[in-house]
Design a binder for this molecule. Structure first.
Ligand code: NAD
Length: 266
């Protein structure tokens, strides 16, 4: 179905998990600013910064789908976020348009909607309420995806990924967790679905305590198999009682909603 897929952020935590699974299905070109370890047979590797426009345009050439995961993945100084996450995302979308790619799947984040209170149930129509410059950059990517779909017909999914980790590590994660196999399934559904159009999808497993409603994108056929609840006892026992007035507890974005979110050190 695809001649070759470009994966940015290939050396990161999610990229490293995804690479072998994706490459089994479609020839992969893996790009990161860091070296991509142990390329597989037939996998092409590009070491480049997404902020480097000519390098990105060259990397997208010959690819008919793009998974854009390369970014600063926590809060940073605005100028760092501007380069890697905002300019970088523009370069990827514009490169995809020039290369006539059919689909772009963008790793957005729950931090694009971090300031929704936890008692709200929100769905794909929820407008951004970013909690950081990082979250703002993800809202920007979603807006760009919307524009490239409406104007140029490039199908697009923005994945508002919750907490994609081997397992949840805190109480919040019981609501936000997405297992790696469920993330892979979601990406495959976005690439394989007959119609993608423009979709905003929450990257979450089938969690009992979920805050997010994916019913408006049910046509993708994403059916997560994991559930964070299996970790609930262990997590509940291992963590302290939460203060309900703490912004880290009140809002969906957790600690990113405080004045001291975890910061990228470069
Ligand atoms: N893991 C999660 O829970 C989660 C949640 C929400 C969103 N996301 C998003 O998914 C993507 C991957 O996340 P991750 O957890 O693997 O993070 P990660 O930090 O492990 O990986 C990000 C990768 O992007 C690369 N990168 C950063 N700046 C770059 C640049 N300027 N040019 C090229 N490459 C660059 C890094 O070198 C790194 O390998 C990110 O876009 C992140 O924002 C992840």
């Amino acid at each position: 179905m695809y001649k070759r897929i470009l994966l940015t952020g290939a050396a990161g935590m999610l990229g490293t998990y995804l690479r072998p699974h994706l490459h089994k299905r479609w020839p992969l070109r893996s790009m990161d600013v860091k070296p991509v370890e142990k390329p597989m047979k037939g996998e092409e590797v590009v070491v480049a910064d997404v902020a480097d426009r000519p390098a990105v345009f060259k990397a997208v050439k010959g690819c008919d789908a793009v998974l854009h995961f390369g970014a600063i993945s926590i809060e940073g100084e605005f100028d760092q976020i501007l380069q890697s996450n905002i300019l970088g995302t523009y370069n990827v979308f514009e490169g995809a348009r020039r290369a006539r790619a059919k689909r772009v799947i963008f790793a957005s984040s729950n931090h694009a909607i971090g300031y929704y209170p936890r008692e709200r149930k929100i769905d794909s129509d929820a407008q951004p309420r970013p909690d950081t410059y990082y979250g703002v950059s993800k809202a920007f990517g979603e807006a760009l995806g919307s524009m490239y779909w409406s104007k140029y017909g490039i199908e697009h999914a923005s994945l508002r990924i919750g907490t994609a980790r081997p397992e949840p590590v805190d109480r919040r994660g019981l609501s936000t967790w997405q297992s790696f196999p469920d993330l892979l399934q979601l990406i495959c559904r976005c690439l394989e679905a007959q119609r993608l159009g423009f979709a905003v999808v929450y990257g979450q497993s089938n969690n009992d305590r979920a805050w997010w409603d994916n019913s408006k994108v049910a046509y993708l056929g994403y059916k997560p198999k994991d559930n964070a609840e299996k970790f609930a006892e262990k997590i509940w026992a291992g963590t302290k009682d939460d203060d309900p007035n703490d912004p880290a507890v009140k809002f969906m974005g957790g600690i990113f909603c405080t004045k001291n979110p975890p910061k990228w050190q470069g």
